[in-house]
Each structure stands twice: as C-alpha cells, then as structure tokens.
Ligand binder design. Structure first.
Ligand SMILES: Cc1cc2nc3c(=O)[nH]c(=O)nc-3n(C[C@H](O)[C@H](O)[C@H](O)COP(=O)(O)O)c2cc1C
Length: 153
C-alpha cells in the first residue's frame, strides 16, 4: 500500500509521532511519505491508499480542547475519498480533540476511520498498534504481514 502521513507540529512532538508512524508503516513493507501540512507531495497523496493526519492539542488543559493550528490543517490539500486515521499529541488532557480533528478531516474530503491520542511523554507507546489497526482496516490481514486465510478441507 501507499501511505501518506501529514502532520502539524510546533515543538516537534507530533512530528516525532508522525515519523514513528512512518517508520512502523515502512517496517511492514509499505511505501510511505511523511510531510508537514504545507509540504505534502501531491502526486504521492493522489495515489495514497491510506492517510494519517495529526496535530497537537490546543486548549486550557482542562477544557476547550481543539486541534492545534486548525487553520493550517484546514488549508492542507484535499484528501478526497481516502481512508484517513487521525492522531494527536497532548501533555495532560486532550478532551474530545479527536472528534474535532475528525470534522476537519471530513471537511477536507477524507473518510475518517478512527484516531488515537498519544501523550507526548509516553511516545512511542501505542504507535505500533495504531499503525497495525489502520493498515488492517484498509488493506486487510495481508497489509499487516499475515498470510491470507486459505480454505481448509
Ligand atoms: C497554546 C498551547 C495550548 C496547549 N493546550 C493543551 C491542552 O489543553 N491539553 C494538553 O494536554 N496539552 C496542551 N498543550 C500541549 C501540547 O498539545 C503538547 O505539548 C503537544 O505534544 C505539542 O505538539 P508539538 O510538539 O507537535 O507542537 C498545549 C500547548 C500549547 C502551545
């Protein structure tokens, strides 16, 4: 499969999450590109089978959580019809930021398949599982290195 990872990051945590996602995708044998929202390779994105979109959590810690630099996310290239998994990083509490990221992804035309929040001081915990779940949702068992089931007699 061809997988595009797009992120928004100010201090590097979400970029690190994006790079970890990219490395996990590559390790499973897929072609992957990782870019910030303003640098996406449009030819690659047009051919992608799966997209990951990530950003940081902006809020007042206990409330008001929203996707960080939302306007930049809203200005990213259209991801028309592509299955898209979201990810966010946060410090302490991220509330319903994934629901709001889902809205942004849908507004760009992406088909939201689910998302996951990663606590910045716990990275890379959970990245591998997240990548496997997203790849499997789109490409089936073979996309995560399992042999296709054969009919038994
Ligand atoms: C203006 C601002 C608001 C933030 N609000 C929250 C918040 O409400 N909850 C939280 O857990 N982290 C909050 N954070 C922390 C960031 O979401 C966290 O450090 C994130 O990993 C930063 O990602 P980046 O390094 O990719 O920029 C805030 C950070 C900034 C700069």
């Amino acid at each position: 499969m061809k997988v595009a990872v797009i992120y928004e990051s100010r201090t590097g945590n979400t970029r690190r999450a994006a790079e970890l996602i990219g490395a996990a995708v590559a390790e499973l044998g897929h072609e992957v590109g990782v870019w910030s929202t303003g640098e996406v390779n449009l030819d690659f994105l047009a051919d992608a089978d799966l997209v990951f979109v990530g950003t940081w959590t902006d809020g007042i810690i206990v409330a008001g959580h929203r996707p960080g630099d939302k306007r930049r996310l809203e200005a990213m290239p259209g991801i028309w019809g592509k299955p898209t998994a979201g990810f966010v990083t946060y410090a302490v509490h991220c509330g319903k930021v994934l629901d709001k990221l889902a809205r942004v992804v849908r507004a760009r035309g992406g088909e939201w398949i689910g998302g996951r929040a990663f606590r910045r001081d716990k990275l890379p915990e959970g990245i591998g599982e997240f990548v496997v779940a997203a790849l499997e949702a789109v490409g089936g068992p073979e996309a995560v290195g399992l042999e296709a089931a054969t009919s038994s007699d």
